[in-house]
Ligand binder design. Structure first.
Ligand code: HEM
Length: 455
């Protein structure tokens, strides 16, 4: 059996103790003791007894998914052997990977960890990420710590509350229906990704922000160019500049003539009284425009694929949609964690995570994709089960920065999946699953190209 990378990294430090496994600079007896004899884990404060591992000996992160839809195998190994493991990033720097559900939750609500990306040790996954972090643009609340984060997030949070999201359900349903109408009018087959999954979150966000419908094609293609892994860095940067310029124009038009959309509300309640600058407003609107489209689309695509793979569960969902559709959505979010590299932090002071000392200035990535498969929390975690109860999935993150649009996304996903399977009862893939291209195995899980369906 191949030795897992995490374990190899731990073993690389085995000189620290003949009896114990050094796990990122601490002795990790649990990793070698038989399960029954495992000592209770306790904080280890004698890290100095273990030789620090060299960064070049650490496994390189991100790990690859072994198959389009499966999480990296390393995560399960780390949860068992070395739940807070060191790894090496693209630039050779070290990061701590947090893999257990309880530790991910603890870390994400711990304000000793910062999300300020301009910190020199903030763990970025690529050179592009490093460059974006110091772009000079006004930061948005996604990259702030409290109390600044609380202030700016508070300016938009009301628009995404559970109640506000439920109030949008009828208009979301109308968008879903009109997209399905268009697919039906065209006739099968259709590319679900392009014709439906990518369109829905855009339409919902355009409504919220008060984007005129005629601007939709320009925005859609620029957001796609900005976010697509296949764009060159130059093209992606140019698309982002175009979007920012567009948002500046949109904000000015709302200043002239406010409507009842979110950008107008921000103009009236925040910009005019001086709580927010125009640049901050522009960046906030930009953030909301680009933040969630791909993730919503991913969950729709993967939700359809996975429900088709489990016809008994699909039948149960269709038989009792009021109860089972929301449960199916939670399970899809757990099973296919679509935003799995977002939970990056840097320690503002020394912090113990599950007994591992993370020193001030060290980076941490809380792996919600691993937490969502934690066998201590989810029975048979690798089984897709829409009846799962409870389901404390962490697909939207947790704590201070938990997805601001989690309720809106749930409504979109519920409406989308219910309508697709009810209105297109014969819905199935139009090609064998083996022909579907999934995203790069070292990036977030998703469908990379077309998702051909028929009905
Ligand atoms: C299924 C769809 C979605 C998933 C799985 C998802 C996932 C996430 C996750 C994991 C985080 C936490 C990041 C962290 O802690 O560092 C997050 C934050 C965020 N998400 Fe989403 N998201 C989704 C949809 C959306 C949508 C539609 C929007 C559009 C407004 C959005 C906007 C945001 C923003 C602005 C934040 C930052 C919150 C903060 O820093 O306080 N997300 N999302």
């Amino acid at each position: 059996m191949a030795l897992c990378l995490a374990r190899r990294a731990c073993l690389a430090n085995a000189s620290a103790s003949a009896a114990g496994l050094a796990c990122g600079g601490r002795l990790h007896l649990a990793a070698v003791a038989p399960a029954a004899a495992r000592p209770a884990r306790r904080p280890v404060t004698t890290a100095a007894t273990a030789e620090p591992q060299k960064n070049e000996d650490l496994p390189s992160f991100p790990f690859a998914r072994p198959h389009g839809l499966e999480p990296p195998a390393e995560y399960g190994d780390m949860r068992r052997r070395c739940p807070v493991s060191p790894a090496r990033l693209f630039d050779g720097s070290r990061v701590w990977l947090v893999t257990k559900h309880k530790d991910v939750c603890e870390a994400l609500k711990d304000d000793r960890f910062s999300k300020v990306r301009t910190h020199p040790n903030f763990p970025e996954l690529s050179a592009g990420g490093k460059a974006a972090a110091v772009s000079g643009r006004a930061p948005t609340f996604v990259d702030m710590d409290p109390p600044q984060h609380t202030k700016y997030r508070g300016m938009v949070e009301h628009a995404f509350s559970r109640e506000a999201s439920e109030a949008l359900r009828p208009s979301i349903r109308r968008h879903v229906d009109s997209l399905i109408d268009a697919m039906v009018a065209h006739g099968p087959p259709a590319d679900l990704n392009e014709a439906f999954a990518m369109q829905l979150p855009f339409r919902v966000m355009f409504d919220m922000l008060g984007v005129p419908p005629e601007d939709a094609p320009f925005l859609t293609s620029n957001v796609a160019a900005r976010s697509s892994g296949s764009s060159t860095a130059k093209d992606a940067a140019a698309a982002a500049d175009d979007l920012v310029r567009y948002m500046e124009k949109l904000v000015r038009s709302k200043e002239d003539k406010p409507g009842d959309d979110l950008v107008s509300q921000l103009v009236v309640r925040q910009l005019r009284p001086g709580h927010m600058t125009r640049e901050e407003l522009v960046q906030t609107a930009f953030l909301l425009l680009v933040a969630g489209n791909a993730t919503v689309a991913t969950q729709i695509n993967l939700g359809v694929i996975t429900l088709l793979q489990h016809p008994d569960q699909l039948a149960a969902m269709k038989a009792d949609p009021r109860v089972m559709v929301p449960k199916a959505v939670e399970e899809i979010l757990r099973y296919h964690t679509g935003s799995s590299y977002a939970l990056k932090r840097v320690a503002k002071q020394d912090v113990q995570v599950d007994g591992q000392l993370v020193r001030e200035g060290e980076g941490v990535i809380a792996l919600n994709q691993s937490a969502n498969r934690d066998e201590d929390v989810f029975r048979s975690p690798d089984t897709f089960d829409i009846r799962r109860e409870p389901n404390p999935q962490l697909g939207f993150g947790y704590g201070t920065h938990v997805c601001v649009a989690e309720w809106l996304s749930r409504v979109e996903l519920q409406e989308a999946l219910e309508a697709l399977f009810v209105r297109l009862p014969g819905l199935k893939l139009a090609v064998p699953e083996s022909q579907i291209a999934f995203s790069d195995p070292r990036r977030d899980v998703g469908v990379a190209g077309q998702l051909p369906i028929t009905w």
